[in-house]
Design a protein around this ligand. Structure first.
Ligand code: ZN
Length: 414
């Protein structure tokens, strides 16, 4: 099963260069620049021989009809939007690997039993509307009217945004896919971390897309004059916050190995009065916990607060927590994972299983059928930054594994 690695790399370079010139590599969803990239992609899809459309949710879809119309489709793809100044390869690699795989089947005259659909999902990255994964939400039928009325700062509604991207927001029901309506979805993506590179492994087989829980933790003490209040009399909320931060770091570090690692981050902290000459009276911290193990994600913050309450009380501090958001983990399907591992092994490529610490469209596509993801290494784990970098042979490895995975799934799935 061969693909044209040079063509894949040429296209990757060409699409990445459709960027806002003053801040590479930027192609924000719902902008003229995004549509410029889309126009280029649609022309490539069409020239490759795919039946190319934009669905009601604004996804670009290239379809290759299968020999057996009674079978559900196999879907492959990713997204062509970027974060600001971000990912040169984040997203586009999966779309272009999908295109390359479909085109190589066409060129060899190798007819699949299942129809193959290549997706460029609309707005996977957080958009100016405050929502991510818009096209895959539409596919799964979970893009609500409330979401369609969300506005970006210039007043445009998401409903208007989908229209701008070529979709038909009043016909979303027509594109909705029910549970168990696709044979499989497989996405190639850069890892966005350092695990594969550190271990010198070519291909990551993603086991699950982690669950993400955010909690607001408030430490309450007493704001006092920083010069006139002796140390033993203080109730310094930031000192209590420091204890929480250190304990969370230690606890998460202890769970960083094994099949379902957990990460915990205090990425945001607000203290008051926040003045050089004041003892901090209150600290409000945002704790984010991610893991494929939902029970562990749910329990982490509560256990942290409960077990540190006595130590903070000794410092005359109160502590309480409240949930902000909770997104459960999404498991990749064992049948798809094993097809990916078998495909990589048949190509002589090393693999390891790992979770995806970042969210992806697969979270929503999983509502319609089994999903899997193929990770390739990226330089120093950098992503969502201008430094994001991959080698041509790594892109080609991802596309080859995708092609062989599609061939295996086509042969084995009903
Ligand atoms: Zn991405």
């Amino acid at each position: 099963m061969s693909i044209d690695a040079d063509r894949l790399w040429r296209r990757t370079e060409a699409l990445s260069k459709i960027t806002d010139p003053d801040r590479p590599w930027t192609r924000r969803s719902f902008t003229p620049r995004f549509l410029e990239g889309r126009k280029w992609l649609a022309a490539e899809f069409h020239a490759a021989g795919l039946e190319t459309t934009i669905d009601a949710g604004g996804n670009l879809v290239g379809r290759l009809a299968g020999a057996d119309p009674s079978l559900k489709p196999i879907m492959i793809g990713s997204h062509s939007d970027t974060v600001p100044s971000g990912g040169r390869y984040d997203g586009i690699l999966g779309v272009l690997a999908g295109l390359e795989v479909a085109q190589s089947f066409i060129e060899r005259g190798d007819r699949l039993r299942h129809s193959l659909e290549v997706y460029d999902f609309l707005a996977e990255e957080p958009s100016e509307f405050g929502l991510s994964c818009i096209g895959s939400r539409a596919l799964a039928g979970v893009l609500s009217n409330e979401m369609l009325e969300m506005k970006r700062p210039d007043g445009m509604t998401l409903r208007e945004g989908i229209q701008f991207a070529g979709g038909r927001p009043d016909s979303l029901a027509s594109m909705r896919r029910a549970a168990d309506s696709i044979a499989a979805y497989v996405e190639v993506h850069i890892e966005q971390g350092r695990v594969l590179e550190n271990e010198g492994i070519a291909i990551g087989v993603v086991t699950d897309i982690v669950g993400i829980r955010r909690e607001r933790i408030t430490v309450s003490g007493r704001a006092d004059h920083a010069g006139a209040t002796p140390m033993p009399l203080r109730a310094d909320a930031l000192v209590g916050a420091a204890k929480l931060i250190e304990a969370a770091h230690e606890r998460a570090s202890a769970r960083s190995n094994g099949p379902q690692p957990l990460v915990a981050t205090f990425g945001r902290i607000e203290i008051s009065p926040n003045a050089a000459n004041a003892v901090p009276g209150e600290a409000v911290l945002t704790l984010e916990v991610r893991s494929g193990n939902e029970a562990a994600v749910k329990a982490f913050g509560d256990a942290l607060v409960r077990e540190l309450t006595p130590a903070l009380a000794e410092l005359r501090l109160g502590v309480r927590s409240e949930p902000i958001s909770h997104v459960p983990p999404t498991a990749c399907a064992p049948a798809v994972c094993s097809a990916i591992a078998t495909a990589a092994a048949s190509l002589g490529l090393s693999t390891r299983e790992l979770p995806s610490g970042a969210g992806h469209d697969g979270v929503f596509v999983a509502r319609t059928g089994p999903i899997g993801m193929i990770f390739i290494p990226c330089l120093d784990g950098r992503s969502h930054a201008p430094e994001e970098s991959i080698e041509p042979h790594q892109a080609a490895d991802g596309a080859r594994v995708l092609a062989e995975t599609v061939r295996l799934l086509d042969a084995t799935l009903g």
